[in-house]
Design a protein around this ligand. Structure first.
Ligand code: ACO
Length: 237
């Protein structure tokens, strides 16, 4: 009986070691120079190490982010332009607090990101691009916790003036009420003004009016909307 038990234990030990060896071999070899404390996963986990801006493809030059906002943020948070792989950091999850978000997959997300870059790269240095999307990222988890967009409308009036339109402001549920919405708006207004817009405008629900008033906005005029029918927008996911 004793020998039988020992045999069973030995077999279990061998099987266990084989499984460990197999699982080790089946992990992909990391291609990034980052040090992983455990094998990398294709799914982003909450312990993903913080990625510095220098290792990211950013939507626009990060010197457009105002220093006063960087300094006002808690030290565990970082504000920067949207990165091409913020899909993996939960960018779309954060947007779900605002509206319906359909998952396009990483590749379509990256293509969409590329389509927002100016075709003419000299536009980047002259600050002439159209889309400025920002992310506030947790240094602890490398997750996006807040985001917002300002896009630049170029007009023929007002001496070929430009207007900044603020869109898609979202702070993840567990981070609301910590002034992150305010920091997102301060950043987008600063960008809008830095690229030469004579005004920055937005639409919001009645319940968000007090928030935008706290951010320095005043109610002006009315919003009108006409939604396209489903059949006339076949390209949408
Ligand atoms: N009503 C009254 N006051 C508010 C509200 C509100 N709904 N929301 C924020 N405030 C106040 C805060 O109390 C704070 O005031 P204080 O300076 O006196 O303390 C000030 O506004 C700044 O608030 P934040 O802490 O920066 O707000 P938060 O980080 O929670 O972000 C936001 C606000 C963006 C509305 C967030 O709650 C959110 O993501 N909501 C869901 C999505 C949404 O509605 N987005 C806006 C859509 S409009 C657009 O995209 C243009």
């Amino acid at each position: 009986r004793q020998r039988e038990l020992e045999e069973v234990e030995t077999r279990a030990l061998v099987i266990n070691r084989c499984m460990m060896a197999f699982s080790f071999l089946s992990y992909p070899v990391p291609i990034s120079p980052r040090i992983h404390t455990r094998p990398p996963s294709t799914i982003t986990t909450s312990s993903m190490p913080f990625t510095p801006d220098s290792q990211l493809k950013l939507l626009f030059p990060s010197d457009l982010i105002p220093n006063n906002v960087r300094e006002a943020l808690p030290s565990d948070l970082h504000v920067r332009p949207l990165a091409s792989d913020d899909y993996n950091r939960g960018h779309l999850e954060v947007l779900k607090v605002l509206s319906v978000v359909t998952d396009p997959g990483l590749e379509a997300y990256k293509q969409h990101f590329e389509s927002m870059l100016p075709a003419n790269t000299s536009y980047r240095s002259s600050r002439g691009q159209t889309y400025y999307v920002i992310s506030i990222v947790s240094r602890e988890t490398d997750k996006v916790v807040a985001t917002g967009t300002v896009f630049i409308e170029r007009k023929f009036l007002r001496g070929l003036g430009s207007v900044g339109h603020i869109e898609d402001i979202a702070v993840s549920k567990d981070m609301q009420g910590k002034k992150l919405g305010l920091r997102v708006i301060q950043t987008l207004v600063a960008i809008s003004e830095a690229v030469g817009c004579y005004k920055t405008i937005l639409n919001c629900s009645d319940e968000n009016i007090p928030f935008y008033e706290k951010c320095g906005f005043k109610k002006k005029e009315n919003e009108m909307a006409k939604y396209a029918s489903e059949s006339s927008t076949p390209g949408r996911l």
